[in-house]
Design a protein around this ligand. Structure first.
Ligand SMILES: *[C@@H]1O[C@H](CO)[C@@H](O)[C@H](O)[C@H]1NC(C)=O
Ligand SMILES: *[C@@H]1O[C@H](CO)[C@@H](O)[C@H](O)[C@H]1NC(C)=O
Ligand SMILES: *[C@@H]1O[C@H](CO)[C@@H](O)[C@H](O)[C@H]1NC(C)=O
Ligand SMILES: *[C@@H]1O[C@H](CO)[C@@H](O)[C@H](O)[C@H]1NC(C)=O
Ligand SMILES: *[C@@H]1O[C@H](CO)[C@@H](O)[C@H](O)[C@H]1NC(C)=O
Length: 171
């Protein structure tokens, strides 16, 4: 084994370690409603009840931009489906909107297009103080998220490995 090949092997081993460690520390990105996305005639109270949200996680709203939108409202307006005076309008117009759960208080999201009354409203309550190693929560997170994370992390690791490799080969 040549010197640079050995260095490459070390680099790859390091990246493999990184790959194993990353999911433990990274925030999760939840696709709201899972495979259903953000749509009418779906009960997001039931969906949210199956998730465990922590500070730093992300909500990803996927929907038909011609049919829906995503507004953050206060508790009162969530209960009454009042879209006037939203706390924040997350609608960007492409049907893919991201919300960072970067504050600990409860969050309330609704669609202003009339479907709120049918259940198109989401209340997010954060679980305080995640256990140090983010070990197996009682409710397992959806496989979609694991797949997404893998899709993001693996290319990233291979990019790092490739850059590293090219640097080492030119020493
Ligand atoms: C909640 O999780 C249970 C068990 O995995 C599943 O059967 C049920 O369909 C889930 N409910 C929703 C709304 O995702
Ligand atoms: C929510 O906002 C409305 C104004 O849109 C206000 O009248 C109401 O008091 C607020 N409720 C809470 C709980 O802050
Ligand atoms: C939210 O923002 C989008 C994009 O700027 C805009 O088209 C829409 O009218 C806004 N909705 C509300 C209820 O303010
Ligand atoms: C949370 O994130 C939003 C943007 O996503 C930002 O406007 C806001 O200032 C952040 N709040 C805190 C407390 O970091
Ligand atoms: C959604 O499910 C919850 C829990 O079972 C229930 O309390 C609520 O009324 C449902 N919402 C709608 C709009 O059906």
């Amino acid at each position: 084994m040549g010197r640079s090949k050995f260095a490459t092997a070390v680099a790859l081993a390091f990246c493999a370690t990184l790959l194993v460690m990353l999911p433990e520390v990274s925030a999760k990105r939840y696709i709201v409603g899972g495979n259903m996305g953000w749509t009418s005639n779906y009960n997001y109270t039931l969906w949210a009840g199956n998730q465990t949200f922590y500070l730093g996680d992300w909500l990803f709203f996927v929907y038909d931009r011609n049919q829906n939108d995503i507004l953050e409202v206060n508790k009162t307006n969530y209960e009454t489906c009042n879209a006037e005076h939203p706390v924040h309008n997350y609608t960007t117009g492409v049907g893919r909107d991201v919300v960072e759960l970067n504050v600990t208080h409860d969050r309330y999201f609704i669609s202003s297009k009339g479907s709120c009354y049918g259940g198109m409203k989401l209340h997010v309550h954060l679980t305080p103080i995640p256990p140090p190693p983010r070990a197996a929560p009682a409710k397992s997170y959806s496989s979609t998220i694991s797949v997404l994370r893998t899709q993001l992390v693996i290319p990233a690791v291979f990019t790092i490995a490739a850059i590293w490799d090219s640097l080492l080969l030119h020493v």
